[in-house]
Design a protein around this ligand. Sequence first.
Ligand code: GDP
Ligand code: IMO
Ligand code: MG
Length: 434
Amino acid sequence: MNLAVLGAQWGDEGKGKIVDLLTPRFDIVARYQGGHNAGHTVYVNGTKFVLRLIPSGILHAGIVCVIGNGLVVDPQALFAEVDELARGGIDVTSRLFVSDKAHLILPYHRDLDLLSEARRGERKIGTTSRGIGPAYEDKIGRRGIRVGDLADRKALEQNVRDNVLARNRLVHDSTMNWQSVLDQLVLIGQRLQPMVRDVSLMLAEAQRAGKTILFEGAQGTLLDIDHGTYPYVTSSNASIGGVCTGLGVGPRAIGAVMGVVKAYTTRVGEGPLPTELTGDMGNRLRDSGNEYGAVTGRPRRCGWYDAVAVRYGVRINGLDALALTKLDVLDGLEHIEICTAYRCGSKTLTEFPSDITQLAACQPVYERIPGWSTPTKGVRRFAELPENARRYIARLEQVSGVPAALVSTGSERDDTILREDVLASKIADFRLKI
Ligand code: GDP
Ligand code: IMO
Ligand code: MG
């Protein structure tokens, strides 16, 4: 059975760790959207790896990793990542593939990202400035350049010239030279060529041969272009729908869906965050959780667990189970709050508002849960968690509407509690070998 693992909050939930941990149960790990705005951290025996474009399954020898058509690929970033992995002893040759239909991020996309943010001024999105939005704009505007286009020199030249000249008109004082962009792309095409595949066909053939796929999401449901807190979102479908469109697989290929959530909430960039804590407690969560962006190093905004937002993620993605991460960050707190509803004027809302203005006006309604003093850090068996930590998890499951099949208690691969009973009941056929 295939499994999708995606973020059910505002990104950085710990997807990289969970995907890496589950990878040995699958044959292929496939990313379906986003680009190198993602930063998925995996620790293996004290060594840190940050995966941006390459699926987080790559650290396991022999696993095939796929970059789907739904991504926007900055080839320089991809090559840098391949080289970095090679320096760490990880060879990706003959097991990393890129869809011919994936769109390219070109140098002018980065310029336009910065320009667009500067123009928005106070209303900026707080993007990762990687050119993600402008590359997706070109895709939707039907002028994008795709990985497969690198094989057709003549058409490529025409497209590059048109696009660069159009961008020069848009970006004041820009004199970008289309010929040098083209020359670079020709070299890029040569290096990329052995990795290029019809990914949809490749996945169909693999499934016919009995192979299984782990679909890896980037960003999170509340950053989804359609279902997130628009306009403070990324430019792709981070939620479950992205799997089908971003890889060319049918809905029944998905199997089960696991939503990764932190035991609290974080967000990087602008936009509403109802449970945000700006005082000492926010700083405490940021320090203990080391909440600084894996890509940009920006401090992440921190707050309590928002069950209204997670329930929304359960609905949008049809989640079967949660993977609850960073429980250890709450160690030592006297009490913990869970947001179970929002107060908005005279109304109490239990469903995540569709209207962002209303969301921004919402105040969290909290339920206070006693904390625990015995550390959970590194605990690997559910029964060994302090009683109050188990109570906290039980309450999170209740208010979120789905059980936690995994509980993560540290950044290392093995600092994880696997709840076999939940996995077996919620995710049929999903037998953990670990
Ligand atoms: P992703 O983008 O969803 O893959 O998440 P990031 O890698 O951006 O951020 C998650 C951070 O939390 C990384 O630094 C992980 O190493 C770390 N992490 C993951 N799970 C745990 C956990 O259970 N406890 C602690 N303390 N850190 C964790
Ligand atoms: P992972 O996969 C958290 C946020 C940015 C910004 C908004 C738009 O590591 O969870 P973009 O550059 O995509 O146009 O920025 O989305 N953002 C993320 N926040 N984790 C991510 O990825 C993110 N990728 C983008 O901070 O608010
Ligand atoms: Mg991240």
